[in-house]
Every structure is written in structure tokens, then in C-alpha cells.
Design a protein around this ligand. Sequence first.
Ligand SMILES: O=P(O)(O)OC[C@H]1O[C@@H](O)[C@H](O)[C@@H](O)[C@@H]1O
Length: 466
Amino acid sequence: MAKEAAHTKADEPVTLVIFGASGDLTQRLLLPGLGTLLKAEPHRRVTLVGAAVDEFDEARWHDLVLDRLREGGARTADARRVASGSRYERIDLLKDVELGRFVESLGTGQVVLYFALPPAVTAKICVLLASMDVPATFRLGLEKPFGTDSASAARLNQVLYRFAAEEQIFRIDHFLGKGAVLNLLGFRFANRIFEPVWNATNIERVEIAFDETLALEGRAGYYDKAGALADMIQSHLLLVCALVAMEDPAAIDDHEFRDLLTHVLRAMRLWQDCPLKASRRARYTAGTIDGADIPNYVDEPGVDPERGTETLAEVTVAIRNSRWAGVPFTLRSGKAMARGCRRIVVTFRPVNHLPAGFEPQPPPANRLVIDMNPERLTLEIMTNGEGDHFELERTSLSADIGPSTLRPYGEILGHIMDGNPILSVRGDMAQECWRIVTPVVEAWRAGEVPLEEYPAGSLGPESWLE
Ligand SMILES: O=P(O)(O)OC[C@H]1O[C@@H](O)[C@H](O)[C@@H](O)[C@@H]1O
């Protein structure tokens, strides 16, 4: 992504503080992501500070940092330099005196406070920070979901604006750092053959699916309170949808880019304005994935069966503008599914007329499939087949569009450390995303949409399979 002059230069020293440093996100995603960044840009001067309430031996912290940076691809010398210069602080972030002392100890230079914490804890810490002097050189990285519903997202924005300007706030959505997602921009806007047909006249429907074979994986503490709707659709998939549907920017800069994402999010409504028609939800029961037994979701440690958390969610939205009127955009994400499927599928309308003599009539539609992992683009077209030339056949034109040099978290961390907000979710965008799904949240809460079941390792509930 383009770097802008107004932002911090990549060779300026930055202190990256990770709140929740002992947690899964730090170890599995943030540190390896930083490793990919150090591999690509070894000159970066990063001082890493881990902070969390758990005891963590300093030597163990150094080893962990070293291992995870190398896992991301950082050269051993660079990983060692960052690991040995880093420190871990045991601190109860919810105690204002401890937090205040810690923030003061960070000085007034370029500091990133990265909240790798559940949304409720992040919100409480922000309330405490709002009564402190947080230097204007500090930036905040806030993990998704931002808030737990529309009202809490608005409240959190209010709290943040009490001690930080929008330019200091980086609401993280690592899907905006995914190569295949960012590639939507070049693909859409640099190809004469696609942009003119990118509209309701030529496109019948769009599906964005993110199905995973992963089940709960010990994340009940977070996941059971979020569910598939908040974990994936309200955040990641709505933003991917916005990139698919946005208008063309004059320039790829943070104002223009985020203005246009917000613009299209503002035009989104539930399909037929009806949560019953526009949404479905389900939860997995016991099953098998790749030979491994998966317990019933409700029997997983830490799950509250009364909460009725969904592990598979589907929401269809309409976009009320002249480009997209009448085109359904269906967003779906599930855990413990039979197979991983992370793709955007654009289905075009059939041709207006196929000369008599060709078979089949009507011909199958053209489809464009963008796989997010591995990153691949496939355009399905119809051609005259072998043998009988008037028997049409489907042919695929495929291209690898990656792999990206940086992992998504490397991309995101690089942008925060540079102070470039282009890949972060602006306050109004976060609120729009909640606004879109709020009728679904309310209908589900009121029990108006049944919570169906599917065995782990299946393609979803029987009734969903066409
Ligand atoms: O495929 P990726 O990049 O790991 O992203 C998927 C993950 O994204 C996270 O934000 C969700 O909390 C997870 O539930 C999900 O598995």
C-alpha cells in the first residue's frame, strides 16, 4: 500500500506495546505478523513491550518473541535484536494507578498501544485512559469486534474521542491486510474489462463465504460471547463486501478510500428489510473433521448453552444505489465445517440472447471466483466445446494473485507503526457495520430466527443445502 509523506517514516523508532501479551492473538498472529514485516523491512526500529496481568518470566518472553518473529520469517539477527530489546511487564490494566504509571513510563515518543484483548476489557481500559494525559504521539490499535453492538460501539467512540483524535485510533480488521482483499482494488480499477460490467445490469448476485474447518479451539471465553455474526460478518465480511461494491476512488489515500467504504456501507440494508428473510443461523453438534472427533459446541469447556451462540451465520444485504439495486450480497461464515472455503463469488447475469443452435440454452452464467486462501482468481467463461462445436463448455481462466510478502497482521502493524490509517476502520465505518446487522441481532435475540443445527464436519444444516 502506498505510504504517505505525512506519516511516520518507517525508520523512526516506535515502541509497540501489546496489552494482552500473554494471550493467543499475540502469539499466534501479532508476533509472526511482525516477523514478516521485519523480514521485508529489517531496518525497522521497534521496541516491543508486552503487558498483561499474568506472570511471565522475562527469559520466557524473550524466547517466545524470538521464536514467533522467526516463525514469521524475520532473520535470526533481526529477531534477536528485537527480542533482546523487548520487555514484559506484569500489570493489571484495569487498575488506574498501575495503568497510569505504566503509560507515563512510556514517555512521549512514537508509541502504539495495541489492545489484544476482548472488547469489554478494551472498553474498560479506554475509560481509564480517558482520564489520563495520553500524549498525542500515541496511537491505539483496537481489535475487532469494536464494541458488542451499535450502542456500545458509539459509546466506545465517544470515550476514545475524549483522549485521542481519530488519526490516533486504529480499529483493526486484519482482513483489510489480506492480499486477496486488497487485490480487489487493482483488479477492479485497473482493468478496462471489469469496471464497465461491475453493476446490477451485469451482475446477478455476490456471495462472500468464509467457512473454516476450525472449531472452537479453546476460545470459548471470547467466541461464546461473540458468535459467527459478530466475529466474522459484522466486521470482516461486511468490509470485504464494501471493497467489492465501493465506487472508484480518485486516489488510494486514507480519506478517499475510507470515505468510499463508508459511503457504500451507508447504502447497505438487510435484504427486503427483513431479518427473517435475510438471515439464518446454526450451531454445530458433535461430528468428525479430518478424522478428529469434535464435541458438540455446547459441551465445549466455557460455553454457556443458554446463550444460544451461533457458529454458522448467513446475512444477505442489499445496496441501495443505482449501481447495485436488486443485487443480493450474501455473507456467510461457519466454524467446524466440512471444508475450508474462503471466497468471493461474483455471478454474472446470463447473456441477453444465445443464438439458436447452441446448447445448453440458456448457457450457464459467467462467474468470477476470488479465493482468499490460497490467493487465486478464476474467471469461468463459456466456449465452444470439443467435438460438437455448438455444445458449449465451461472453461476457467485462473491466476495466482499472491502470495503476499506480509501476513495480514504484518501489513496492519506496519501501517499503525507508520501512522497510516488507510487500512484501519474509521469510527463511522465501525458504527455503520453495527447498524447494518442490528436488526439481525435483535431478531435473533427475540428468537424470531430459529437456531438450527449441523454436525461438525458437514456442509451446514440439511435445510440449507440446495
Ligand atoms: O483466516 P484468518 O486470517 O486466520 O482469519 C480468520 C479468523 O479471523 C478472526 O478475526 C476470527 O476471530 C476467527 O474466528 C477467524 O478464524
